[in-house]
Ligand binder design. Structure first.
Ligand SMILES: NC(=O)c1ccc[n+]([C@@H]2O[C@H](COP(=O)([O-])OP(=O)(O)OC[C@H]3O[C@@H](n4cnc5c(N)ncnc54)[C@H](OP(=O)(O)O)[C@@H]3O)[C@@H](O)[C@H]2O)c1
Length: 376
């Protein structure tokens, strides 16, 4: 620890009771790892939608005002008044940001961690938009020697979630999967997994160029939700794949309801006897993202054997058991630069991440525009 600087910079996000959101870089004392922990010098961390939910929440980035210094900027943005009652749990608390990243272990709290000093690791630490972060040894994933911090920065959130989707599919005995916002970074990983594992996958996107991305990855079913005959195409894809599980990142609007209805129509088509209640095959849409914040609409016509619920990776991992978690993590590591490769459109520094025009860009969450924060 002696040759480390006495302080480091760390990003926080705070909703203030005056109706603003303040994102700042602060200089704080260098943290010390305790027993069972190591200190990681963070080298790269991606800006994922899950980070934005905390970092920017629902703040109006177009109204951002910058103060502070070049090295320690402070950005203040107005929050919409309707959102403030939902912020009670985080009001007037400077919350650290950065769900995942990669870096090098530079200090350890005890003998267990000492063996890791000098190793490049990936970690899901919750404070990775910092120059250094203390992480439990058990939550550090040593990266292969050949892997750069850029290769390893996104090795947890999207890889483990896309793999978890196939685990849920098997657990619930669906023969295929449906996925929305499917040209996302995560969606491209899921397409590669399903192609390798022979899992029938129905990709739903909203633009022709997104269909092209997935077709280039070998997708057979890639539907555009904006097509006039989208619903007919969706039912046909459900008949062909027999999928009864969907993962929906959009969340709001009609899409989840259209998927439940299409799965029901495909299952009802196989019935040999009429039932006023529809098919008794269970169908489930897991809403795992909220790219559309409007209410989720489920129309009549979905039958009576369906469910729509939330899905969160940590909840899945807690229920999955150690053997499944280890198997998933092992696959991510061995296919880090192939199946689970992330592509970044922009590399920015911690301070650049607080420039309002840059914030507006990464907050748009557009296909192929993922930002990587690099600390050096
Ligand atoms: N629940 C969990 O545990 C968990 C874990 C990991 C990730 N996630 C979720 O997974 C999703 C994908 O993450 P990512 O990092 O792969 O995202 P990403 O690469 O940033 O891609 C986002 C995608 O969403 C599309 N999109 C944005 N708004 C949309 C809307 N209203 N309707 C339809 N499509 C829309 C974008 O398409 P355009 O270019 O057309 O805008 C883009 O293709 C996110 O929602 C994230 O929150 C959830």
């Amino acid at each position: 620890m002696s040759d480390l600087p006495a302080t480091m910079r760390k990003m926080t996000s705070e909703v203030k009771s005056n109706g603003t959101l303040e994102v700042r870089l602060s200089e704080v004392p260098m943290p010390k790892p305790g027993p069972g922990h190591v200190l990681v010098k963070v080298e790269a961390a991606p800006v994922n939608p899950s980070d934005l939910a905390l970092l920017l929440s629902m703040a109006d980035v177009s109204g951002a005002e910058v103060s502070g210094t070049d090295d320690l900027p402070v950005v203040t943005m107005p929050m919409p008044s309707f959102a403030m009652p939902m912020m009670k749990g985080r009001m007037d608390q400077a919350m650290p940001v950065g769900n995942e990243g990669a870096g090098t272990v530079v200090a350890a709290g005890d003998k267990d961690g000492e063996a890791m000093i000098g190793r490049r690791v990936a970690a899901a630490g919750g404070e990775m938009f910092s120059e250094y972060h203390v992480v439990p040894v058990a939550l550090c994933m040593p990266l292969p020697d050949s892997a750069s911090a850029r290769d390893g920065a996104s090795s947890f959130v999207n890889p483990m979630t896309s793999l978890a989707m196939t685990e849920v599919m098997k657990r619930e005995k669906s023969k295929g999967l449906i996925h929305t916002a499917a040209a996302s970074n995560l969606g491209q990983m899921l397409q590669r997994i399903c192609a390798a594992d022979g899992i029938p996958l129905v990709n739903i996107v909203r633009k022709p160029e997104q269909q092209a991305i997935l077709k280039d990855l070998g997708a057979t079913h890639t539907l555009n939700s904006q097509d006039d005959d989208f619903m007919q195409q969706l039912v046909a894809a459900c008949v062909e794949t027999d999928a009864t599980i969907a993962f929906d990142a959009v969340g709001g609007g009609n899409l989840a309801g259209q998927i439940v209805t299409a799965m029901e129509m495909a299952q009802a088509g196989k019935m040999t006897e009429y039932s006023r209640y529809g098919s008794d095959t269970q169908k489930h849409v897991y809403v795992y993202g909220r790219l559309d914040l409007s209410p989720t609409v489920i129309p009549p016509g979905a039958g009576m054997a369906w469910g729509v619920g939330g899905f969160l990776l940590p909840h899945f991992l807690a229920s999955a058991g150690a053997e499944t978690r280890m198997r998933m993590a092992g696959r991510v590591l061995s296919e880090l630069t192939t199946t689970f490769a992330s592509h970044y459109s922009d590399e920015i520094t911690l301070a650049e991440a607080l420039k309002p025009d840059v914030m507006a860009q990464y907050n748009a969450r557009r296909t192929g525009e993922k930002f990587l924060i690099t600390m050096n």
